[in-house]
Unconditional design. Sequence first.
Lengths: 195, 187
Amino acid sequence: MAGEDPKQDNLFFKLRALFLATFTISCTANSGYAILAVMKDDFVNKRKWLTEEEMADYIAIVQSTPGPMAVSSSTVVGYHVAGFAGALAAVLGVILPPFLVMIAVTVFYEAIVGNPYVVLFLRGMQMGVVAMLFDVIIGLFRNATDKGGAYPYVIMVLAFLYVRFTGCSIAWLVLACIAAGIAKALLVKRQEDLR
Amino acid sequence: MILVIQVFLAFVRIGFMVFGGAYAAIPIVEHEVVVSQGWMSYAEFMDLLALDEITPGPILINSATFVGMRVAGIPGAIAATLGCIAAPVIVALVLLYIFRRYKNTPLVQSIMTSLKCMAVALIASTMIKLGVAAIAPEAPTIELLYSVYVCAVIALAFYLMHVKKLGPLPVMLGCGLLNLLVSGFIL
């Protein structure tokens, strides 16, 4: 408002919002999916920084990236909202809480693990996590199947069987899914050419 | 100083190898830190896993900070944390670039559809693992009353999030408080 360049104000505001959002999320959530779900709620539903469709694409990108999902999702969403600086602000926000807490926790280890109330609170949060994952799955499922056809269902079932029963690396699954996507695109193109 | 660089490089390597969510990080950290480098004993590693469960944030960051701290103090903790975020940040930016550039081609659309389907499968698998662990924590022994109670909490949380459109954060904190009250004072 007072600044000469309103865009600059805007960028600062966005960076601060990104940092605070990922910082808050990281303080409370323990898994990458929890972070994705809270980001979706905050950035898609409340702030309207991204559309549902963009978020679904980003979840797919994050799934194909190695390392903690919290970090890759912060990178992608931060970059989408405010470019490279946005990615940095979001990643910084997400790594600071575990970093600081873990340094403190190394010092007070015995007292924390021994507290039964802490354990009960965490168990309750785990129940909420299960419900939240189900909510995430429903949104993603609708988005992946909205173009119709049997193809998405086949990939889902095969991928599920792979992760559930083989115990092999997810890296292979990512490569296989990319290969399947390429094969399907080529097949569709060939059919169109024949017509 | 050499130790700090070694810690950094070890966690860069770990970062590139972890695919498929938080729990996938555990065996890879174990291999690098306990088996290859011998920085920790198995007993210490088990301590680390317990700590991961009760601290906020991604397991890999927690582990990196803990291991770095143990091996080389605060500089080690910083080096390890920065090391393990290198892979996700770089790869995510590269993939995002490729995706944006070729977004509207049928080829990339088809690949994205496949990856979305994979995401559904991966999340479903994690959900089942966590769900079973929550409903029957002392498996194979199942305490029926407790399992029914957990299912009810999960259903209530899902209803609040999916139908009532409440954010996941307040719902999860609510679940924590609820369980503290119910399991702590009633059951």
